[in-house]
Write a protein that binds this ligand. Structure first.
Ligand code: GAL
Length: 382
């Protein structure tokens, strides 16, 4: 009798655990909890997607509970999916170093917005991320790079850099090359509103010429010709840089340009239409608090870029529906079908952050985002 009860209880427990772990999605539900194949809320914040061998891979910051979760305690998490609705936990692909506190990626550093691209020539998976050194707040403003043989890692950390050291951008202006005053040299700023004047009158680009440019919020983009670009908020976040990567994607080629100076564009995301037009969606610079997104378009990745205003329409458009951009996902096998991916941050308990995925509409040569509670991939035409 006792044995039967034990078996029955075990069976029931198994049934319950199977049930809770078998949420099968066939819609996107922006802002709701989104469970993986184990029934756990997906933990891939500030994320981005790689499509490889018929699978989508979602890489993002693994957050933990409590405010300490705003620093990197674990590393970068990846999930895989065939249909974009249901995601399988594939584990941690880049771990922070919990043994060597002098490591650049020591546990407790800040490691944000990881993105992974595949290099056809070297057959390697290359990850770039925004890196802040442990105990230095957001002062370091560096970019980390790591490499792997498989999309599921493990990724091996190579180095961190301040991009484009000793190189002027293709659209440098003569005043950038003039000597920089000592007050600007010593001043650390750290965010919007801290520069005493327009960035071009204090010349942060010139200040950082010798040691490399600051790089915080970032993204990667691989163009049709295989050239990859690193987009990052630079010059005390005031100005966006678009920088070409080397052929192996492991460093910067030295060809870069600066855009939207003094507009404090953060969280840059980018898409290219089949007709060859580039669109950018980014945010303003207000930390974890959401703000109104910005958009822009260009015929060439190195500009000129034309600002098109807030792409969001309707209720909550002034806060990007309480979220901040992180990536634009191009859907395979469909024509100009893109998903805007954003984070609804929860800085008090970062593991709780939710994801906003919305279809991107094109209207009058502009990108548009509208809130939808629930939607399916069928909103896109084939
Ligand atoms: C945001 C940025 C995030 C994170 C945060 C820290 O503006 O987009 O990635 O760096 O600031 O306050």
């Amino acid at each position: 009798m006792k044995k039967q009860i034990v078996i029955l209880t075990l069976g029931l427990a198994l049934l319950i655990s199977c049930n809770t772990s078998m949420v099968k999605y066939n819609t996107f539900n922006p802002g709701q909890e989104w469970q993986d194949d184990n029934g756990v809320h997906i933990n891939a914040h500030g994320g981005g997607i790689l499509y490889f061998d018929d699978l989508y891979y979602w890489y993002g910051e693994h957050k933990i509970e409590g405010e300490i979760g705003n620093t990197a305690q674990v590393g970068v998490h990846v999930y895989s999916s065939k249909d974009l609705y249901n995601w399988k936990d594939e584990g941690i692909v880049l771990s922070v170093d919990s043994t060597d506190s002098n490591s650049e990626i020591a546990k407790g550093c800040i490691l944000e917005r990881p993105k992974v691209i595949y290099n056809e020539k070297t057959k390697k998976f290359v990850m770039w991320f925004h890196l802040e050194l442990k105990g230095q707040g957001y002062a370091a403003a560096k970019s980390g790079v790591a490499v792997a043989d498989k999309p599921t890692g493990p990724f091996i950390f190579i180095e961190s850099v301040r991009p484009n050291k000793g190189v002027w951008p293709v659209n440098v202006q003569e005043f950038h090359k003039l000597p920089v005053s000592d007050t600007i040299k010593s001043k650390y700023c750290g965010g919007r509103g801290c520069l005493p004047a327009h960035v071009d009158s204090v010349n942060i680009l010139g200040r950082d010429f010798e040691n490399g440019q600051m790089a915080r919020d970032m993204n990667l983009f691989v163009d049709d010709d295989g050239k990859a670009y690193h987009l990052y908020s630079s010059e005390e976040n005031s100005t966006l840089h678009i920088a070409e990567l080397s052929d192996d994607y492991l460093s910067h080629s030295g060809r870069y340009a600066r855009f939207f100076s003094n507009r404090y564009m953060e969280a840059p995301t980018i898409l290219k239409t089949n007709k060859g037009k580039y669109y950018l969606i980014a945010s303003d610079c207000t930390g974890w608090d959401p703000n109104a997104a910005r958009s822009a378009s260009a015929d060439n990745i190195f500009g000129p870029w034309k600002e098109l205003g807030n792409p969001c329409v309707g209720q909550d458009s002034s806060t990007t529906f309480h979220s901040q951009s992180t990536y634009i996902l191009s859907i395979q096998g469909k024509n100009d079908a893109f998903i805007f991916m954003a984070d609804r941050w929860a800085p008090k308990n970062p593991i709780d952050g939710k994801y906003i995925w919305l279809p991107i509409y094109f209207e009058d040569d502009k990108v548009r985002l509208k809130w939808i509670d629930k939607w399916e991939l069928s909103v896109f035409k084939e």
